[in-house]
Design a binder for this molecule. Structure first.
Ligand SMILES: Cc1ncc(COP(=O)(O)O)c(C=O)c1O
Length: 446
C-alpha cells in the first residue's frame, strides 16, 4: 500500500462497523476511550445520534439514556427549541474572542436573575474551570490559600479537586488521598478534607486553619447524598463566623434541583457558586457567580493588582453555547417544570425500588429530584464512608446487566432523568431492571 493509500484509508469517511470503530479508537485513543469511564467490552457502543431520551449506536441499537450528557441534558438530546437556537446563532459565527457577543450578555443577564448569590457572573467553558476559578477568586479575595472540600466530592479534573474523590479508605482528616498521579506534592497541603454531612469535623478544621482557609467548597447534594437538615446552613454559619467564603459547586445541582439551583432548593446562599452542564444546554459554557464585591477580583481593569484573579479562556462566552443555554433556560422557566420532573422521576425511582424489593435484592434507589442511583447497601448513605461499606461490585454488575437490556447507565454512577423521558420509557426501564435482576440472581445461584 502506498503512503497515499494509507492516508486515504486512515481518513476514510466510509461507514464503519462497531468493531472497526473500536479498532480505530484503540489506535488513536488511550484505552479506546474518552478518559474517566471504560465501559465493559460487552456493553460498550459508539453513538451515532441522540434523539430525545434515546441514543442510537452505529449498529442501530437504541438505548434509553439516563446518563444525559453527565447531567447537562435536562431536556434530552437535540431538543427542537435548543436546536432552533443553535441554528439561528451558528451561521453568525461559531466563536469570537476578546469582545462581547449578544448571546453571552443575554445569558449573563438571565443567570444573574436566576442565581440567588449572583450579582455578577464570569464565564468559563466547563464545570472544572468554574470550580477552579471560584477557588482562585476566593483566594484573591481573602488573601488565604487553603481550600476545604468533602471526601467523595467531585469538583472537576484539576489538581485542587482530585483529592479524596474516590479513596478506597476513609481519610485521616484533613489529609486527602490523591486520586491521580501527576499532581505537585505542594498542593497536598493546600486541600483539607472533611466528611460530608459532618459539621463537627468542618468546624474543628476551619478553626484550626482560620488564618489560612480561603474557602469551603461543597456539592450541596454530593453525588446522590442529600444534605442532612441544617448541614448547609451550618457550613454557612461557620464561614460567616470565621470570615471564610462558602462555595457551592452547582455544576450538577444548578438548574437541576430548581431554577435557582441548590440555593433555592435548600434555602442557603453561598458566597460563590460554580456552574457548567445545564447552563450551556449541552454546549461549552460554565460560569462562576457571586456578589459584585467578590467578583470585582476578576474585573480586568484590576489586572496587575495584588488581588486580581485572572479569568480568561478562548471559548468563554461562546455564542453557540450561550444560545443553547438561553433556549434551555427558557423552557426551564415554564410553570411547574421542576414539579413535574421531580414527580415523574420520583415515580420511576419508586417503581424501580419495588422491582428490587420484589426480587429480594438488598439494593436501594438513593437520591432525590431527578438524580438517583441504585446501590447495594443496607443503609441510606449520609457520607462517602457509607458508600465504602456498600457492595459496589454488585452495584456495577446490576448496572451492566441493565445496559444489556437497553438502558444507558454508567456502572455505579448516578442517573439523570430528563423532562423528555416518557411513560413508555419508564415502563421499558422497569422491565429492563426486572430482567437485569433476574439475570443477577441467576448468576449468583449458577
Ligand atoms: C459537581 C461537579 N463539579 C464539577 C464537575 C466538572 O465539570 P466538567 O466535567 O464540565 O469539567 C462535575 C462533572 O461531572 C461535577 O459533577
Amino acid at each position: 500500500m502506498t503512503p497515499a493509500e494509507t492516508a486515504h484509508e486512515f481518513h476514510s469517511t466510509e461507514p464503519r462497523t462497531h468493531e472497526e470503530w473500536y479498532e480505530l479508537a484503540a489506535r488513536v485513543l488511550p484505552g479506546a476511550g474518552l478518559g474517566g469511564y471504560s465501559l465493559p467490552e460487552d456493553v460498550r457502543f459508539v453513538i451515532e445520534r441522540g434523539e430525545g431520551a434515546h441514543l442510537f449506536d452505529v449498529r442501530g441499537c437504541r438505548y434509553i439514556d439516563y446518563v444525559g450528557g453527565a447531567g447537562a441534558l435536562i431536556l434530552g438530546h437535540a431538543h427542537p427549541h435548543v436546536i432552533d437556537a443553535v441554528q439561528e446563532s451558528a451561521p453568525k459565527g461559531l466563536h469570537f474572542f476578546g469582545t462581547l457577543n449578544e448571546y453571552c450578555v443575554r445569558l449573563a443577564e438571565v443567570l444573574v436573575d436566576a442565581i440567588p448569590c449572583a450579582e455578577k457572573i464570569a464565564f468559563s467553558t466547563t464545570g472544572s474551570e468554574s470550580t477552579f476559578y471560584a477557588m482562585r477568586i476566593a483566594r484573591a479575595y481573602t488573601g488565604r490559600s487553603k481550600i476545604l472540600k468533602c471526601e467523595g466530592g467531585y469538583h472537576g479534573n484539576h489538581d485542587y479537586s482530585n483529592f479524596s474523590v474516590s479513596p478506597s479508605q476513609p481519610a485521616n482528616y484533613p489529609a486527602g488521598r490523591p486520586d491521580t498521579a501527576g499532581m505537585p506534592a505542594s498542593i497536598h497541603e493546600e486541600v483539607l478534607i472533611a466528611p460530608y454531612n459532618d459539621l463537627e469535623v468542618v468546624r474543628r478544621l476551619a478553626e484550626e486553619n482560620r488564618d489560612d482557609l480561603a474557602a469551603i467548597i461543597v456539592e450541596p447534594a454530593q453525588r446522590v447524598i442529600f444534605p442532612k437538615e441544617g448541614y448547609l446552613q451550618g457550613l454557612r454559619d461557620i464561614c460567616d463566623e470565621l470570615g471564610i467564603l462558602l462555595i457551592f459547586d452547582e455544576v450538577v445541582t444548578g438548574f437541576r434541583l430548581a431554577y435557582g439551583g441548590a440555593q433555592a432548593y435548600f434555602g442557603v446562599i453561598p458566597d460563590l457558586a460554580s456552574y457548567g452542564k445545564i447552563v450551556g444546554g449541552g454546549g461549552p459554557v460554565g460560569c462562576v457567580a457571586g456578589s459584585e464585591q467578590i467578583m470585582e477580583q476578576c474585573n480586568p481593569v484590576n489586572r496587575g493588582g495584588a488581588n486580581y484573579a485572572y479569568i480568561n479562556g478562548t471559548l468563554h462566552g461562546n455564542p453557540v453555547g450561550c444560545a443553547a443555554g438561553l433556549a434551555t433556560l427558557e423552557i426551564l422557566r415554564e410553570p411547574a417544570f421542576y414539579q413535574r420532573l421531580h414527580d415523574r422521576s420520583a415515580g420511576l425511582q419508586s417503581m424501580c425500588q419495588e422491582v428490587l424489593d420484589r426480587h429480594g435484592l438488598a439494593a436501594k434507589a438513593i437520591g432525590q429530584a431527578s438524580l438517583w442511583q441504585i446501590v447495594f447497601t443496607e443503609v441510606e448513605p449520609e457520607s462517602y464512608t457509607d458508600f465504602l461499606r456498600a457492595d459496589m461490585a454488585s452495584t456495577r454488575e446490576l448496572d451492566r446487566l441493565q445496559m444489556h437490556e437497553g438502558l444507558y447507565v454508567l456502572p455505579a454512577v448516578r442517573r439523570f432523568v430528563s423532562a423528555v423521558h416518557s411513560d413508555d420509557d419508564f415502563e421499558q426501564t422497569v422491565s429492563a431492571l426486572d430482567a437485569a435482576c433476574l439475570a443477577f440472581k441467576n448468576r449468583q445461584t449458577s
